[in-house]
Design a protein around this ligand. Sequence first.
Ligand code: GUN
Ligand code: ZN
Length: 445
Amino acid sequence: MRQAFRASLLHCLADPGEASAPSAVEYFEDGVLVVENGAVLEAGEAEALIPELGDTRVTEYPGKLIVPGFIDCHVHFPQLDIIASYGEQLLDWLSRYAFPAEARFSDLGYAQEIAGVFLDELLKNGTTTALVFGTVHAHSADAILEAAESRGMRLIAGKVLMDINCPEELQDTPESAYTDSKALIERWHGKGRLGYAITPRFAITSSEEQLAAAGRLASEYPDVWVHTHLAENKAEVEEIASQYPHSRSYLDVYDQFGLLRERSVFAHCLHMNDEDRQCMAKKGGAAAFCPTSNLFLGSGLFDLRSMLAANIPVGLGTDVGGGTSLSLLRTASEAYKVLHLQGQALPAMRALYLTTLGAAKALCLDDKIGNFTTGKEADFIVLDPAGSSLSERRTKLASSIDESFFAMTMLGDDRNVAATYVAGKLAQSSLAHSSLAQSGLAESK
Ligand code: GUN
Ligand code: ZN
């Protein structure tokens, strides 16, 4: 099954950096993406590719921009309905909002309902892959992974491990954390496009026995992800120092229990020093930069330059419900401001990188997704520069793709996502699809 999609086309081949190296990015103003059996066959200039397409059906998106599907490196599906809850910093926010919301997921039917709503929201926002926290209930991981499977999405998720310092109804044990996670890994990891993440909430809510059990699993299943929070909030870091007085740092706690390795993804990483960064880089850990959450919860400013200088892979995360939007366009906009406050730059093409290829690298998925090189899975989105009237006015004035994409990241949200494709199939669209020009070669010219 071969199809082609014609629009402007933009993707990253490497990290464009702060100075936006042009060779790291490929842009075709009139481009074609050719997809076969759900994978990218070719991306290039329409002029060169259209004559070779024979009777391949061409779907045209005039005036639109096709980019790879966005990748959200850290998000909590059970916190969808507590997004935008007023007033607290992390530890109080967890007690007041997150834990009560997560307790409702003891009900499987409710977990399944929210999982479906959540993934449809991701698709509307152009997010085709995410690394997702569940709740302590094992069936929360079943619910989100089943919902991803039915939508054909590449998704990584896990049941949360937490056995101390949280409401009793939300506690598991070191033993049940181990056996439940193991059963979920056996059921889901590597099934189709799905992956499993061993998910200790953070070191505050796991006993040493539980962290040891998680570390045992992490060594038994080296290709499974580890997903947790690290050094987000100052009070949290102080609590860790008193809970683990013999550890060198917060990161060191995870390291001591075998939870820092390749495929370990740490959300936030705000309050770290150079020694931590070097250690994380050496062991292969990656960071999720979650700017809307870091601002909303008053947590701090992510130091992207130092993380990248240490060679730590970084991708953007929304961290809903601490984060305030599922849109990676809006998240990129806040990332720009967080970096600006620290004298750092986030050019448009690097924002694209951190939400596509860079995020894929952070999740060790860059052999499968993140750009349009031949053989990658055809997850892509159709961005509409005219998604809102203001975005339309501003992008019309842009004299380069750089300027236009920057304006879209500053002003954009789900209104700018016209269609989302998962493995070459239309998964979500705000367009009346019958009105799209779908044609063979003759009509497409
Ligand atoms: N640290 C531990 N749990 C959480 C959570 O649910 N959200 C955020 N932002 N940080 C956490
Ligand atoms: Zn989080």
